[in-house]
Design a protein around this ligand. Structure first.
Ligand code: DUT
Ligand code: MG
Length: 242
């Protein structure tokens, strides 16, 4: 069977409801299974807004977002949720156990699947260290775990759903460089056949991406691999040097 998980943005323009000017203009790109597409750009460039259109947190005002060739507004939300996992920039945990939080998207996951996801997300050891393990309580908003632990639990939650498409919104920024590197190596194995779109601040997180989109003021100003952009993109060079 053909691999699913093809994401296409076709001439997408987006403004927040009630706002006059668009925050995204004429965005076009395709991300295929097995590929990692990175999005980089300064704060306010529109990276989070861009990701939000695939799971339909918002809809574009012009153009189309397609999943496996079908415009997402023609798909059931449940179908989108099954195929696409978004790890949000501000990872959210709710009051309940670690297990509840990990099963949030997929209630029928086995404990083994939860531990497997935690292992990849580099969250296994801190959960094992807790007296109640998966049964350890998380307070509302996850205030009793660190920012990095919160990010790792939210990454594990996404892995548990075994989606075709992963959207990581700056998901590695609260991790130290070594943990970030270990996590991404482990992820590579898991996401080999999946489509990965990753927003990053740290250049080291994205140098191996198949394609990097440089977003500036809601537009894709340059695109290419790390090596190509170093040669051709002044905006990218600025980001690398900053
Ligand atoms: N914006 C809104 N309403 C919202 C969210 C964002 O008007 O609910 C604006 C703020 C900004 C633009 O949209 O001018 C793009 O914001 P976004 O959050 O997409 O930018 P980012 O690239 O993700 O910035 P950061 O690197 O700070 O996460
Ligand atoms: Mg953002």
């Amino acid at each position: 069977a053909a691999l699913t998980g093809v994401v296409e943005y076709r001439n997408v323009t987006f403004a927040y409801p009630g706002a006059e000017s668009p925050v995204l203009s004429n965005i076009s790109f395709t991300a295929r299974p097995g590929q990692t597409i990175a999005i980089i750009g300064s704060t306010g460039a529109g990276k989070t807004s861009l990701l939000s259109l695939l799971p339909r947190l918002y809809d574009p005002v012009e153009g189309q977002v397609l999943l496996d060739g079908v415009p997402v507004d023609k798909l059931d939300r449940a179908e989108i949720t099954k195929r696409v996992a978004l790890v949000p920039q501000r990872p959210y945990l709710f009051s309940g156990t670690i297990e509840h939080n990990l099963r949030f998207g997929k209630t029928e996951a086995t404990d083994q699947e939860l531990w497997d996801a935690l292992r990849v997300a580099q969250g296994e050891s801190f959960v094992r260290e807790k007296k109640n393990g998966l049964g350890a309580r998380i307070s509302q908003g996850g205030t009793n775990v660190s920012g990095g632990q919160r990010q790792r639990l939210c990454i594990a939650r996404a892995l548990v759903t075994k989606p075709r498409v992963y959207l990581f919104d700056d998901s590695f920024s609260a991790l130290d460089v070594a943990t970030d590197a270990r996590l991404r190596t482990a992820l590579k194995g898991i996401t080999r056949d999946a489509t990965v779109i990753i927003v990053a601040q740290r250049i080291s997180t994205i140098t191996e991406a198949d394609q990097i989109l440089v977003l500036d003021n809601g537009r894709i100003v340059d695109r290419g691999t790390h090596e190509e952009l170093l040669e051709t993109s002044p905006t990218y060079q600025e980001i690398v040097e900053s």
